[in-house]
Design a protein around this ligand. Structure first.
Ligand code: GLY
Ligand code: MN
Ligand code: MN
Length: 438
């Protein structure tokens, strides 16, 4: 990690100094964040670190710590290490990162203040609740825009973390598949996944979606049934892993092979997903990949005979594809599963609009080298959307018997994490992680 990490820090220092100069500030403070408590209760929610903090440091469980970035200085880390016998406090600073910081250990949150004083204007990035007296987050918009715009393009160090996050998740996906084929419940599949990647629920970058049969048609299915269904036909599992605060975001759909029709759909979606991944190239407008996904959905619908008598163009224009593919083709990925900065046309924050009629697309930027995006086409049989389609003139073009048979499998989503390269074809870090297991 060392050389790449040193270069990563040098790049963050360069970006920060540039952003400070351009937004009229002299130094940058970053609050790691605080634990939040449930209403009228003394139980904290799972701590969510400020992504700006973990951009610099592989520290994800460190509330009440602070970073101070000043032009021409080594970054200062004010490291909160309470004397706490109720919980395990952060261990003494250790690891390769230590040499790159001036570290001051504090045992009370308020002690941070005295180590964060600077002459001049201080930009303070953090949640409002992290405020200390005289150290209130001001989150300057111009500075945040500059940092968020640039964060989309990962350093080589960040790409290494993200490759590792895919490598961590891939064997767990195979373990989940094994459990599914053995007839396990959603909860048992989830546990098999966790055991194989060595995560607890607390470590996951987002809540696993573990959906058997019809549950696959619920885009963010949030439960895990403890009892297996009488017959397991399909598993849609959307599950990632994290390494040093960086996420992978991977979906696989598996079948037991009991339906040639569903397996044909799976094969068609696999083909189109790989085609879409190949569209991730420097200079491509990501909105065009989303629109390409709609055309490809139309092709699959016609090829499988799910709809007949309407052209691909008509299926897209008349929003039939949106019934079966009602979400965006993907998003930026990194320190956050839906990494910030997806809607910026430039580093001053000019919005880059979603195509009309596509409200759920989360990325509207032109692709640049080092960007990591997901490519996650889906085709689902969602009762509420199907019944609306059925009531329109286009509903007459649908083979409803076939839809009824396929609906028993829920749907298909296939999701990989993909790096845009400076030249040529993209790097599919998820497929490479699976291939390394063969
Ligand atoms: N796992 C959330 C998503 O795919 O966007
Ligand atoms: Mn995703
Ligand atoms: Mn996902």
């Amino acid at each position: 990690m060392s050389t790449l990490y040193a270069r990563h820090l040098a790049e963050l220092q360069r970006r920060s100094e540039d952003a400070l100069a351009r937004s009229g500030y002299d130094a940058l403070a970053i609050a790691s964040g605080i634990e939040k408590y449930a209403f009228l209760d003394d139980r904290p929610y799972l701590f969510q670190p400020n992504p700006h903090f973990k951009h610099w440091l592989p520290l994800t469980a460190h509330p009440h710590s602070w970073l101070l970035i000043r032009p021409g200085h080594k970054p200062r880390l004010v490291y909160y290490q309470p004397d706490d016998y109720w919980h395990v406090p952060p261990s003494d600073p250790s690891g390769e990162w230590v040499a790159h910081f001036e570290i001051i250990v504090i045992s009370e949150p308020a002690q941070a203040r005295q180590h964060m004083q600077v002459d001049g204007r201080l930009a303070i990035i953090g949640e409002t609740d992290a405020a200390l007296e005289g150290l209130q987050p001001n989150n300057p918009e111009a500075l945040l825009n500059l940092l968020h715009y640039q964060r989309a393009c990962k350093t080589e160090h960040e790409l290494e973390q993200m490759r590792a996050a895919s490598r961590r998740a891939a064997p767990a996906h195979l373990a989940a598949r094994q459990a599914f084929l053995a007839g396990a419940s959603e909860l048992e599949i989830h546990r098999a996944y966790l055991a194989a990647c060595g995560h607890t629920d607390r470590d996951l970058p987002y809540t696993n979606i573990v959906a058997l049969n019809e549950h696959g048609a619920v885009l963010h299915y949030q439960y895990q049934d403890a009892v297996a269904p009488a017959e397991s036909r399909a598993l849609l599992i959307d599950a990632g892993a994290q390494v040093n605060g960086y996420a992978s975001d991977i979906t696989r759909t598996w079948s037991t092979g009991g339906s040639a029709e569903f397996d044909a759909l799976l094969a068609a979606m696999e083909r189109e997903q790989l085609g879409l991944v190949d569209e991730v190239r420097k200079g491509v407008d990501y909105r065009d990949i989303h629109l390409s996904a709609h055309r490809r959905t139309a092709r699959v619908l016609r090829e499988l005979g799910i709809v007949q008598g309407l052209s691909e163009e008509a299926l897209v224009a008349e929003r039939v594809t949106a019934t079966f593919f009602p979400h965006g083709i993907g998003h930026l990925l990194g320190l956050q599963v839906h990494d910030i900065g997806g809607f910026m046309a430039d580093d001053s924050g000019t919005p880059s609009l979603k195509p009309e009629g596509h409200p759920y697309l989360r990325l509207t930027r032109t692709l640049a080298p080092g960007m990591v995006v997901t490519i996650e086409p889906g085709l689902y049989f969602i009762p509420t959307l199907l019944s609306k389609l059925r009531a329109t003139p286009q509903g007459a073009a649908v083979n409803w018997q076939l839809v009824e048979r396929l609906a028993r499998f829920g749907g298909v989503r296939i999701e990989d994490d993909v790096v845009c390269r400076a030249e040529g074809a993209p790097e599919n870090i998820t497929r490479e992680a699976f291939a390394a297991l063969d």
